[in-house]
Write a protein that binds this ligand. Structure first.
Ligand code: NAD
Ligand code: DAU
Length: 357
């Protein structure tokens, strides 16, 4: 099986990173993608509208934990790789209710691994060797850094602190074990904070952009000095493609933007760009509102990307300032997308998360 010639199966491809990945894959690789997504509140077929008449994108609504469905898909489409983006992904939601996180991120990944293992074990020798299972994970599994600590390498201990990161850490361990025990050719990527088009506005950057243009308060948790390492989503997708193509089975690869910023810096930068290009509520920084902190809030994440650079030659192409400007422009230009995601369940979430802060 030549991976560059065959179909891939992507899970969670109607979410933020998955949709960006599918669009990039079709544009750059041009081979078929089967996209399995449960369409939770975070999954949105509008993210894939540009592919609606492209026969290379095959969308199926379903759960990674539904073994008969996954087994049928594998038997029918015979993918050369499975890329697992599907997850519950928001830390604050995991604090309000961890059940779905355990169900999808842990039990779902287990069931997916088992279905894939049975499929992989029955493949003819050449195809079996070429097959890959790529698991998309997060830097949050490593826990929190102090101000002077070196950035996370692939050898950093796992110390997850939130229900979300604990469920992702568990899934990483399952993936590792399926390689060690059964020989499944797995790859794991642990990436820092992404931003860009199609991100659901429960996450900091789109939330602040949309609140700011609507003249609403910009909620900053605690003292605003928590640090994240930001990466433009397109650069993350490029890294995943490279790891799939040339990563060594059984290995993990850290992906990050080498762009540490405090939350306050991020919010102030968004305000400054909006003051320039959409001055209606200027100065937008007057909307900034400190609110009660997130329980167990990790102080700092930073990623050491030297392995990915050394082994696969990857580095981010988009600077934070450029990427943020493009992202702000994208949200301004996609009013209908924004209107649709801000209806219904989104309003309930704002009441749950911000109502009593
Ligand atoms: P997202 O919440 O935007 O999208 C998740 C997608 O998974 C949605 O389309 C949803 O419908 C789907 N999904 C959820 N449960 C499912 C299930 N049981 N079966 C099938 N589909 C299901 O998330 P995202 O931000 O795009 O993140 C994608 C992956 O990347 C996740 O695994 C996340 O942990 C990881 N990650 C995210 C970031 C980030 O900054 N957003 C950074 C590093 C890693
Ligand atoms: O590090 C990778 C992780 O990044 C991914 O694994 C997660 O899926 C993704 O959601 C993201 O997690 P964070 O918790 O870092 O992202 P979030 O956008 O929720 O928050 C970013 C920072 O901003 C964090 O320190 C909390 C803070 N914050 C967030 C919100 C929503 C605020 O100050 N105010 C807010 O309203």
């Amino acid at each position: 099986m030549d991976r560059s010639e065959s179909t891939i199966l992507v899970t969670g491809g109607a979410g933020f990173i998955g949709a960006n990945f599918v669009i990039q894959w079709i544009a750059n690789v041009g081979k078929p993608v089967v996209n399995l997504d449960k369409l939770t509140y975070a999954g949105n077929l509008a993210n894939l509208a540009s592919l609606s008449s492209d026969a290379r994108h095959i969308f199926l609504k379903g759960d990674i934990g539904d073994t008969p469905v996954v087994a049928k898909l594998l038997a029918e489409y015979r993918p050369c790789a499975v890329l697992n983006f599907a997850a519950e992904s928001h830390v604050d939601r995991s604090i309000h209710g961890a059940g779905e996180f355990i169900e999808t991120n842990l039990a779902g990944t287990f069931r997916l691994l088992e279905a894939v293992r049975h499929y992989w074990q029955a493949l003819p020798a050449g195809q079996k060797e070429a097959f890959r299972f790529l698991h998309v994970s997060t830097d949050e599994v490593y826990g929190s850094l102090g101000p002077a600590d070196p950035a996370f390498t692939e050898h950093h201990n796992y110390q997850p602190n939130s229900p979300y990161s604990a469920s992702k850490a568990g899934s990483d361990h399952l993936v590792r074990a399926w390689h060690h025990t059964y020989g499944l050719p797995v790859l794991t990527t642990n990436c820092s904070n992404n931003y860009g088009p199609f991100q659901f506005p429960e996450k900091l950057i789109p939330l602040v952009i949309l609140n700011a243009i609507q003249g609403k308060p910009l909620p900053v948790y605690g003292d605003g000095q928590n640090v994240r390492d930001w990466l433009y989503v397109g650069d993350h997708c490029t890294a995943i493609r490279l790891v799939l193509e040339r990563g060594r089975p059984g290995e993990t690869y850290n992906v990050g933007g080498n762009t540490e910023r405090t939350n306050l810096e991020v919010v102030r930068t968004i305000c400054a760009v909006l003051d320039e290009i959409r001055p209606d509520h200027s100065p937008h920084s007057s909307l900034l509102t400190f609110v009660q902190d997130r329980p167990g809030h990790d102080r700092r994440y930073a990623i050491d990307t030297s392995k990915l650079k050394r082994e696969l030659g990857w580095q981010p192409a988009v600077t934070f300032e450029e990427g943020l400007r493009q992202t702000i422009r994208w949200y301004l230009d996609h009013e209908e997308w924004v209107r649709n995601v801000q209806s219904g369940d989104y309003r309930n979430w704002l009441a749950v998360n911000y109502g009593r802060r």
